[in-house]
Design a protein around this ligand. Sequence first.
Ligand SMILES: [Zn+2]
Length: 402
Amino acid sequence: MAGPRGRPARVNARGGPDLPGRVGGVGYAGRVEEVRLAERLIAHDTSHPAGLAVAMDFVAGWLESRGTDLIRRDLGDREVLIARAGEGPVRVIFNGHLDVVPGYPAQFRPRISGDHLIGRGAYDMKAALGAMMIATSNLAARSPVGVQVELVIVPDEERTQAGPNATEMLVGQGLRADVVVCGEPTDMQVGVQAKGVMILDVVVEGRAAHGSTPWLGDNAIIRALEVYRRLESLPFTRASTPMFARPSVNLGCIEGGDAVNKVPDRCRMQVDVRYLPGQDPEEILHQARDVGAASVEVGISRPPADTDPAHPLVSALVECASRHDASSASVGRDGASDAVAFLQVGVPAVEFGPRGAGHHGPDEYVDIPSLLAYRRVLEEFAAAAGALAPTVARLRGDGARA
Ligand SMILES: [Zn+2]
């Protein structure tokens, strides 16, 4: 095993290369910039607008203090930050979100245990965002050849309200690149596919009767459960692809009945359907409307993500990642992300983040050695993308002719 410039790397107890800040298993606190910055980001509760505004100021100040070329773009009721590094024909976007889902107060006090940095957003995706900030500022200082990197920081990837989010607005305003890397948690895998989202609003009707004579009524709640069982075993649920074993169907919300001494005559369910790239949402809806519900309507929907793993910039990222993490490969992802907004306008976009676990849960953490590797992969990938300028120019030519 060779380290930088051919020197043999030191090997730690787990058989991996010894990393700065982790000497003989001593902690990382106060030693490693990637960890320090992640801790500062986690300490901001960005699950609400006031915390987000303060955190955005902190991030902007950090990037400006590093001499990075920074734009603060006002999108009406929200703001995004765009930091630029380098100049060149190949355009790479690092896309990160600063918001998190809500957590307990203790989760906003980051702590380190062994190789884990623990806290809300550690994995999804503040540690990755911090690594992107460091990588972009390092690249700005070095001016890599042939590539321009834009770090796009948005405040609203986790929101569930209707309407476009900041990334969708920026894409709508013309934001483009040759490839986009979204720093979502992927355990150092490169996510080229993601399931589509279709939230179904299902209403089931029955017949009311007195609670003492239920045989005279038709219980809508019980009928709804039967309808749900039919929904989750529809033909579309049996599909599979090389990257996904199956779609998923989850009964997330159910409400029905207005008095305990009455047979309920109406029940409403919200069902979260995640479908595979290549599946037709119209056909899924057609099947869902044939299960005996009074009505089935689509609420929120998002198409699947599907990026060609053989795209030269995507395979370059996989190659850079696998130099630091032997298991790195192109994979499919269960969740959705901002990558979809770029894919919808033909821009290849992948998810790529460090190792960890527990996103959106109580024990969220990021693996520190993989975070350090992640920052290096981002910088190496930018250099590799610049070197691919002739290939990218040819691809653009092909696209123009198509
Ligand atoms: Zn995320």
